[in-house]
Write a protein that binds this ligand. Structure first.
Ligand code: CFM
Length: 574
């Protein structure tokens, strides 16, 4: 019984094809509501999918002004997403207090420091720029903030983040960081991650990757006795939202795989500083951290593989992939034992929930990787992801990384620094020989490869990049999905249409959803959501008694009413 479930990988794209209606009329309908110029632009972001013949989709370009996008800013991607979760670095936001407030515990990247170790996640450090600082410059205030933070906390490192006004007035955060580094004797580094850079938070990911790579990675050599386990890996692009990273680590540890560093959930400065000693980089969120993986491969010789720990089948597959990479029979056996044991608990509940959920439709529109990853969880319980897309992904996230050489570099991307990386004369150590890599490829494991979202989606599903509320509205009317997964900006628009919305950014305060225990949590949550009767049993107040009546514009004019003598106080002036 267990074996049967373990080997099951869910319905493949071809099996799902039959159920899906032809969405051509839907696409036409969506576009016909736009002005011609907007329709022309948006048409390039909407694709009817064919996993066997992947077509080009427009992505990572500016949102059409006036359209409500779900995207965030460059500062959000750098401070909020990638650097923010590092627990023991004091992170000073150089800017008005609003920018700091926005990034203050709004993303559920959990972190628990070891007893006695600092954890600054709950703090909000800001230079609180005022009008006079904008006029006369804010560098002095920034230096003062660094000194104050050092005096109070004595952290290992301080990171400084630029916000829009800082970029506009030209404060040089990097020269301040250099000066403070010498003065305070700790690592101080700055990020030019002004909110307006690039077209979304994606630009901030890249800037954060560059900063961590230049200033932290490779700066600490761990004692030899700490590096004896050959199966030492970094987990890249895992931010411990709702405790996901903890569940993944539990499973990895059961298999005997040691986590050197997680970029950057529940992580310390020193973990990242010694991450160059790992023997593999396993990537969860490719979008936010692929730059780091590429740079570490070039400088230190660490290969990367794409993994996905979202979904029980996907977790089993990823563990097997890691074991295959290390090519060690003991590890392979242990991984199989762990999978068998963990599935023992999952199988019954999954079967029961699949009975109630199978055949239902899910739509998901999230940031840059979850719209792909979560399809595996839905497959686990027999549901189909009929339409999905990212807010700020690039073409490689959709079409696979083989299209990277064909991506046009526009003015917005040119704005972001591309580091030139070479092999480190002392620390470069290829983890696999050319012969070993060829042997792995022969067995089906290709290193440095991500196939993207479209290859995994069924034929005739719809993929939309940087979706608008109008498009979302039409999708819901067309598919009447059982659940729509997205974020807070659109959650209540969706729910007012009578469709339950599951937030996949912060999980609506739930989670973890990764790994094996996380998968069970998600099955139960989705079962509760899609099989709840609440929406069928009540009529929402705006349907039975709308406050603004749609007939308003069809009312007779005042003169008409007077003529009809329909108004009792017709002669009274208004
Ligand atoms: Fe990567 Fe993320 Fe995501 Fe992301 Fe984000 Fe996020 Fe996200 Mo919200 S790093 S791209 S910038 S998986 S915060 S933890 S949920 S949009 S899909």
């Amino acid at each position: 019984m267990a074996t049967e479930s373990i080997n099951k990988t869910g319905p493949g794209p071809a099996e799902q094809k039959m159920d899906l209606p032809d969405p051509t009329s839907l696409v036409q309908d969506i576009l016909s509501n736009y002005p011609t110029k907007v329709a022309r632009k948006r048409a390039k972001h909407i694709r009817i999918n064919d996993p066997n013949m992947i077509v080009e989709i427009e992505a990572n370009v500016r949102t059409v002004p006036g359209i409500i996008t779900q995207r965030g800013c460059c500062y959000a991607g750098c401070k909020g997403v990638v650097i923010g979760p590092i627990m023991d670095v004091v992170q000073i936001v150089h800017g008005p207090i609003g920018c700091s407030f926005y990034a203050w515990m709004t993303r559920r990247n959990l972190g628990k420091a070891a007893p006695g170790d600092p954890n600054y996640l709950s703090y909000c450090f800001s230079t609180n720029l005022q009008d006079e600082d904008i006029v006369f410059g804010g560098e002095k205030k920034l230096k003062q903030a660094c000194r104050e933070a050092f005096e109070i906390f004595h952290p290992k490192a301080v990171a400084i983040f630029s916000t829009c006004p800082v970029g506009l007035i030209g404060d040089d955060v990097h020269s301040v960081a250099r000066e403070m580094k010498t003065e305070l004797g700790i690592n101080v580094f700055g990020f030019s991650c002004e909110g307006y850079k690039g077209v979304s938070q994606s630009a901030g990911h890249h800037i954060a990757n560059n900063g961590l790579f230049k200033n932290v990675v490779g700066t600490l050599e761990p004692p030899v006795e700490q590096t004896v386990n050959p199966f030492r890996i970094n987990l890249l692009g895992e931010y411990n939202i709702g405790g996901d990273g903890w569940e993944i680590e539990r499973v990895l540890n059961l298999c005997g795989i040691e986590l050197v560093s997680t970029f950057s959930g529940d992580v310390n400065y020193n973990d990242i500083a010694q991450s160059h000693t790992a023997n593999l980089n396993a990537i969860m969120c490719y979008r936010s951290i692929n730059y780091m993986a590429e740079m570490m491969e070039k400088k230190y010789g660490i290969p990367w593989i794409k993994v996905n720990f979202i979904g029980a089948d996907a977790t089993a597959k990823s563990l097997r992939k890691i074991a295959q990479y290390f090519d060690d029979q003991t590890l392979i056996n242990r991984v199989e034992e762990v999978i068998e044991r963990e599935f023992g608990e999952i199988t019954t509940i999954r079967k029961e929930i699949t009975e109630r959920c199978k055949g239902k439709l899910a739509l998901m529109y999230v940031g840059g990787s979850r719209a792909h990853h979560y399809q595996e969880l839905f497959k686990d319980i027999g549901m189909t992801s009929v339409s999905a897309g990212h807010e700020f992904a690039h073409r490689d996230d959709y079409e696979g990384d083989n299209v990277i050489p064909t991506i046009k570099v526009d003015a917005d991307s040119r704005n972001i620094e591309e580091l030139t990386v070479e092999a480190d004369p002392l620390l470069y150590r290829p983890r696999k020989t050319a012969g070993q890599i060829a042997a792995l490829e022969e067995k089906g494991l290709k290193l440095q490869e991500y196939k993207g979202l479209m290859a995994d989606m069924p034929e005739r599903s719809i993929v939309i990049d940087d979706i608008s509320h109008h498009e979302m509205h039409r999708l819901i009317e067309f598919y009447k999905p059982a659940v729509f997964c997205s974020g807070i900006k659109d959650k209540y628009v969706i729910e007012k249409m009578g469709v339950p919305c599951k937030q996949l950014h912060n999980y609506d305060y739930g989670g973890p959803y990764a790994g094996f225990k996380g998968a069970v949590n998600f099955y139960k949550e989705i079962d509760r959501i899609v099989n709840s009767n609440v929406r069928r049993l009540i009529t929402p107040p705006w349907e039975s008694d709308p406050q603004i009546r749609a007939e308003f514009f069809n009312q007779p004019s005042r003169n008409e009413r007077i003529a009809q003598n329909a108004e009792p106080n017709a002669n009274k002036s208004i």
